[in-house]
Design a protein around this ligand. Sequence first.
Ligand SMILES: Cc1ncc(COP(=O)(O)O)c(C=O)c1O
Length: 651
Amino acid sequence: MSRTEHTVASAETRDDWSTADAGALYRVDAWGGGWFRVNDNGHVSAVCAGVEVDLVDVVEGLRARGVGTPVLLRLTDILDARLRQLRNAFDGAMRENGYRGAYRGVYPIKVNQQHHVVSEIAAVGRELGFGLEAGSKPELLAVIAMTSSDDDQLIICNGFKDERYIDMAVLAAKLGRSIVPVVENLDELRLILQAGERYGVRPDIGVRVKLSSKGAGRWKDSAGTRSKFGLFVSEAMEVIHVLRERGMLDCLKLLHCHVGSQIQDISRIKDSVAELAHIYVEMSRLGAGLELLDVGGGLGVDYRGEQVNDESSMNYTLEEFASDVVYRITSACDEAGVEHPAIVTECGRAMVAYSSVLVFDILGATGPARAERPGAGVDETPRDEDPQPIRDLREALSMTDGARLDESYHDAKNALADAISSFRLGYISLEQRALAERLYWRVCRRLRESMRGDDDYAQELTELDESLAEVYFANFSLFQSMPDAWAIDQLFPIMPLHRLNERPTRRVIIGDLTCDSDGRIDRFIGEDGPTGVLDVHELRDEAYYMGAFLVGAYQETLGDLHNLFGDVHAVHLRVEDGRWSIEEIVRGDTSAEVLEYLQHQPKAFQSRMARDCDKAVRASRMTAGEAGALMKFYESSLSGYTYFEHTGGAG
Ligand SMILES: Cc1ncc(COP(=O)(O)O)c(C=O)c1O
């Protein structure tokens, strides 16, 4: 019997349930990185700068200030702590390997470009020697303005570069910024050299190479010879040739590769860094003035908390990553007698994922339990004229506590399928179809109770759990707030934020607010690996808050306006003097704002509605009072939150 079955099965027969059981069920310690825990009140706390911040207190406090759910909590202390962890891991690995170069972390702002996040990283980065990476013109505009020339913060320029992008990078060097445009194709080299001449600058130049070592996992095509970016080694040689001819080989300062995001298997990192390090030493021997070796991003986040080679996990730790990178570069350089370069990483996901939590409330539930409910005009009395599928379902029901449970399950599935096709052909009535449905769900529920705890039925039990799961309707949009859960089946830890000292008695999937059947989450982190259902509590006449964790990387700007659900409220929290305080509340989009994004004109809508109301009053279809109420409602909805607002409550 698996641990999950044990906890939930025994929960049904035993009254005791502790917060430790909840912690184990949701694997908080495994994925939480030490930053999240279940506290004695049965709430989830974030551990920020050594202080426990009860997330339910935060959400209730925000509600009292008129900021309802969904809300994104940005935990600034966790962001800072994570940056320090990265720095410490490389410092440790460099000490261990007797490394003589520096470590320079660079944050690729595409991972989360929100001002608060970037400015916090830039500020802490001044102390830690971290810089920023830009992958487009607007990103570069932000990055140049958010770094300073005094602190020697490294700026790396990746992505496709037009003349204006390159001019900006070259002029920023004149301003005193430590900036390296990375050549991704030979045209860019030409533009950099022209800009250098135009402005009288000897620019620092980087090259990105295509490694032969392939990436792995979802972003495996970021590396390898078919990758979109970077130069073939033969082209990199041409760069060297061109620079040598111009007497500018000393300008070639940085060698770069990026093998993909969320690298799940450490062997890919070992291979690619080893290959890159050898290219580095060879280029150095050819006279390039290389000083920086940029191994790109890709450090994973263990969303599953299982440290396995899987797309939502990784089979290594941060320390192992740092150690492998440093070791491979050290040995390649030492062998060739080349000076140790400054090691640059562009690990974005691993920097920011932990620091954001999306909190949402549950609005209601639906599921087979409703279909099974007796009454509602369905007569269940057996009759001689019952069609065969209904007789088969009654037969299956009679076998639900016997020895042949799987047979009963298979019979019930067949009988339901027969009932549906008979209905389609007009052989059975709507009432008989409703009865068949109800009997089927009853068979399933009884079978689940009888099978639980019996290893022989593991497969059937999983299937039953999934088909009997209720849908909990959640107040958020998957497409806006967790697009990767939809687009690439990314797993995020999701769990209730409170009542964790109570046994969860419901198994559910999550449906979001959009009118899209894809707007659902039906894969969760379970005690024994990913599961199709999430254990939660029965809804009561009070708010039920849940959290989606580790959503700080890539989710915010990739999100879209499906069904016109806009940005959620974002709240920045920081611990000061041992207590959490709100640094900033960034209100989510209003309905008027999202309409304007799509070139609608809310003001014109308002006037049009006012005219129509006026006409309706004159035609006596509406009273003046009703027209006034409609207009008031229309106007307040335009300035209101796009998400479900609880009447009289915060939105
Ligand atoms: C060039 C480059 N550097 C860094 C990153 C960041 O990767 P990650 O967030 O996985 O560390 C990316 C993202 O794919 C990238 O394309």
